[in-house]
Design a protein around this ligand. Structure first.
Ligand code: ADP
Ligand code: MG
Length: 356
């Protein structure tokens, strides 16, 4: 059988941190880095999966009951599981994965591997699903098969990405819009060298606090309240967590207007305000991320910087003029190494098209 291949990009979350499970608003962008799957059908019920980055390969039978094994292959197996659950007939196949995305850097390599697999299997077995259906199927695989409670943003970004455009997602109404991004700027993503650890329970703690805030405010989700309304809650952890979410929703709305106006300085300021809220309210930053943000803001020409993704490690994103991006990246990583002994990995990200 002939080989086919598909590609799905990672994404950078620009504004709207942890708003997804609060039915809120997010602004993101797909980047030029991602995961490629190459493979073909085989004349049996066997599945072979191999990654150039992560061992070991996985081999199994489609007729066996599929259960997660806490290994990388759970992601592609989860997609096969979700497609089968929806009634699509999957037959044996082999697939090799190759990635240009750093793992665990907050750039959503997990969504990239899911979306790449989903697009690959749809093409291989001639299924037609709308991009939104595919995004939801990938989320279902990550939630229910792999066992990670992620929202829809990562998969939507990977599927709906558009060159030089930001992606706006309203998580409640599942409304997606692409908005032209700021001219002559790039997204400088700097991985702290300290992997994120969303398995550590912090993610679930934050979700619980947000849901508790919504319950206290007698609304379905924090999406339904403004920061002003949250200030009616008694001072303390729950109020701080909620303020981060409402602030982020407000910053996304404002950010969309600023993108339309092409106001790069004010958009950058919103990104920095988002980071301040992560530090003070949501407490999902780390000393390494804080240092990277300060080093970025100390550089001339940097418009703004914030942590991106779940937090608790991972990466920051800075908004930088294209002409100085490489120099700014070198300056930051050099000082970061002098101060911490960690090698930060900087990637100048171009905003690119979604999966293909
Ligand atoms: P991220 O922020 O990058 O999405 P996650 O912890 O959500 O971090 O997902 C990372 C997981 O995705 C890895 O532990 C691995 O299981 C899978 N993965 C990512 N890239 C690859 C790859 N190149 N090959 C195999 N598995 C990968
Ligand atoms: Mg992920």
């Amino acid at each position: 059988m002939a080989e086919i291949s598909s590609f799905a990009p990672g994404r950078v979350e620009l504004l709207g941190n942890h708003t997804d499970y609060n039915e809120g608003l997010v602004l993101s962008a797909a980047i030029h880095l991602g995961i490629t799957v190459t493979g073909k059908g085989v004349a049996s019920d066997r599945v072979h999966l191999q990654s150039r980055q992560i061992a070991p390969p996985w081999e199994g039978d489609l007729k066996e009951e599929l259960r997660a094994q806490k290994i990388w292959a759970d992601y592609p197996r989860g997609i096969a599981w979700a497609l089968q659950k929806e009634g699509w007939a999957i037959e044996g196949f082999e697939a090799q994965f190759d990635s240009t995305l750093p793992v665990g850097a907050g750039l959503s390599s997990s969504a990239a591997i899911e979306v790449a697999t989903a697009v690959f299997l749809c093409r291989l077995f001639h299924f037609t699903l709308s991009p939104l259906k595919l995004a939801k199927l990938c989320r279902k695989a990550e939630n229910e098969f792999v066992g990670v409670q992620c929202g829809l943003l990562d998969q939507v970004s990977s599927l709906f990405g558009k060159k030089n455009h930001a992606i706006f997602l309203d998580c409640r109404h599942e409304r997606i819009e692409t908005i032209p991004f700021l001219n002559n700027t790039v997204l400088l993503v700097i991985h702290s060298g300290v992997p994120h650890a969303l398995t550590g329970g912090e993610y679930n703690d934050r979700r619980r606090d947000c849901f508790e805030a919504a319950r206290l405010l007698e609304v379905t989700a924090l999406r339904d309240v403004s920061s002003e309304q949250v200030l009616q809650l008694p001072e303390g952890q729950i109020r701080k967590r909620a303020l981060h979410i409402t602030g982020e929703n407000e910053r996304v709305s404002k950010g969309v207007d600023l993108l339309r106006e092409g106001d790069v300085c004010q958009f950058g300021a919103l990104m920095t305000a988002s980071h301040r809220s992560s530090q003070e309210n949501f407490e999902n930053s780390t000393p390494a991320l804080d240092l990277l943000v300060e080093l970025s803001l100390n550089q001339p020409h940097v418009y703004g910087a914030r942590l991106t993704g779940g937090g608790f490690g991972g990466a920051i994103v800075a908004l930088v003029p294209q002409s100085v991006a490489q120099q700014v990246a070198e300056n930051i990583t050099r000082t970061y190494f002098q101060r911490t002994g960690y090698s930060a990995k900087a990637v100048v990200c171009k905003i690119a098209d979604g999966a293909r």
